[in-house]
Ligand binder design. Structure first.
Ligand code: E4P
Length: 219
């Protein structure tokens, strides 16, 4: 299972990269705004900075909602670095743009996916990744993980190459459940990744080992 970090914060991206388990980064306009990044030149420089830190794919989202605008923006983003994946919203013009990019060999991430039907369309259009937002579904009392299961079943039925990128992950349990279902990738906050480290018996056990070693050395 690939681990992507869902942030535009360079320190957090570096920390996840340093841990040695990072496979890529996802960003979106809200995450860029949260870091105070605005204006085309600054946005482009920020994507370049992210690409310099990580080894894997970096999703950069288009702002346009019409086909021509998405193509123009996406081609410019894709030209920045081989790691760039053009993130396109699941709307009618977005599906057309994904088809266009896939024929051109440009990687895409179909975002804002909330149903299996949308995921089926994304795969048929040739998306590299599909991003079902599980946390936002859970927020409205809908089964986000159930959606990942449905998409896994459908993609396996037909052998679609599109990778299921479980997005809007909120906590480590989401990561584990996605891994059990067979999501290809998960993207979440650094806190969810670091929470996988935690077990009270690990801390207690380590404390005891170190104390026993210290006592033995003192004798
Ligand atoms: C996906 O790529 C999105 O950036 C992201 O996962 C959205 O998550 P949120 O629901 O926490 O905003």
């Amino acid at each position: 299972m690939k681990f992507f970090i869902d942030t535009a914060n360079l320190d957090q991206i570096r920390e996840a990269q340093d841990l040695g388990v990072l496979d890529g980064v996802t960003t979106n306009p809200s995450l860029m705004a949260k870091e105070g990044i605005s204006g085309e030149d600054n946005i482009i420089s920020h994507y370049k900075a992210i690409c310099e830190i990580v080894d894997g794919d970096v999703s950069a989202e288009v702002i346009s909602t019409d086909f021509d605008g998405m193509v123009q923006e996406g081609e410019k983003l894709a030209a920045l670095d081989d790691k760039i994946v053009v993130k396109v919203p699941m709307i009618k013009e977005g599906v057309k743009a994904i088809k266009y990019f896939s024929q051109k060999g440009i990687k895409t991430n179909c975002t804002l996916v909330f149903s299996a039907g949308q995921a089926l369309l994304a795969a048929k259009a040739g998306a590299t990744y599909v991003s079902p937002f599980i946390g936002r579904l859970d927020d409205i009392s809908t089964d986000g993980l159930g959606l990942i299961e449905d998409i896994r079943l459908i993609y396996d039925n037909y052998g679609y190459d599109t990778e299921i990128l479980a997005a809007s992950v909120r906590h480590s349990t989401h990561i584990l459940e996605c891994a059990k279902i067979g999501a290809d990738v998960m993207t979440g906050p650094l806190s969810a990744i670091l929470a996988l480290l935690k077990h009270p018996l690990t801390d207690i056990g380590l404390e005891k080992f170190l104390a026993d070693h210290k006592n033995a050395s003192a004798k």
